[in-house]
Design a protein around this ligand. Structure first.
Ligand code: SAH
Ligand code: CA
Length: 211
């Protein structure tokens, strides 16, 4: 679901910095060759992730849900010198494609790309993160938050994508994934360890600042 009328969406795009040629190519190829291309962040959200990262200049970024690498490349744009991005995805079929995109972006040596279940991998990470992007299976959003919260520095930012779930979060009879997102949003609203802002950008981004 698109929240903005097409003409207004086009206006927003026309007044947002353009995507790099590589990001355009990833966007195009994902739509032509990969299942569920709507999962890709895209132009506006990609620029938002890049902007947040450049504001924070994080030494360590964690992304949960790499997909075809679009958001990872946007997030990596703001990495501090010597910074590192850890990105996790359970889908090994995308590995070759993603590694090639990371190579084209020139970030291979700054990306730690892990294939596997994020619920198993996150507990093994020893880094403290400045920026976290939660964008994997919606059912586990609350679990991911619980697994990362103690690994985020004070003042660090956690972003969780798709928290409006095409508007279904206000449905009277939510389905399973919707219920998981509703529970997540409720949990965050009541967690005093973070300040939060539900940003109605694209499909909704929960922005959390760790106190
Ligand atoms: N962040 C990407 C889109 C991610 S789509 C972008 O904005 O471009 C969601 C991804 O989560 C999918 O690639 C899926 O394989 C992955 N995923 C689903 N369950 C997972 C799990 N348990 N652990 C790690 N990744 C998972
Ligand atoms: Ca998403």
């Amino acid at each position: 679901m698109d929240f903005l009328p097409d003409a207004l969406e086009s206006y927003v795009e026309a007044h947002t910095s353009v995507e790099s040629d590589l990001l355009k190519k990833i966007n195009r190829e994902t739509h032509a060759q990969v299942l569920k291309p709507r999962m890709l962040s895209g132009h506006i959200q990609g620029r938002f992730l890049s902007m947040v990262s450049k504001m924070l200049r994080p030494a360590r970024i964690l992304e949960i849900g790499t997909y075809t690498g679009y958001s990872a490349i946007c997030l990596a744009e703001g990495l501090a010198l010597q910074g590192k991005l850890v990105t996790i995805d359970i889908n090994e079929e995308l590995e070759n494609r993603v590694r090639a995109y990371f190579a084209s972006a020139g970030i291979t040596d700054r990306v730690d790309y892990r294939i596997g279940d994020a619920r198993k991998i996150i507990p093994s990470l020893e880094d403290r993160f400045d920026l976290v992007f939660i964008d994997a299976d919606k059912e586990n959003y609350s679990a991911y938050f619980d697994l990362v919260i103690d690994k985020v520095v004070s003042g660090g930012i956690i972003l969780a994508d798709n928290v409006l779930w095409s508007g279904k979060v206000i449905d009277a009879k939510p389905d399973k994934d919707t219920k998981a997102i509703v529970d997540f949003n409720h949990k965050i609203q009541n967690d005093s360890r973070v300040e939060n802002l539900l940003l109605p950008l694209r499909d909704g981004i929960m922005m959390m600042r760790v106190i």
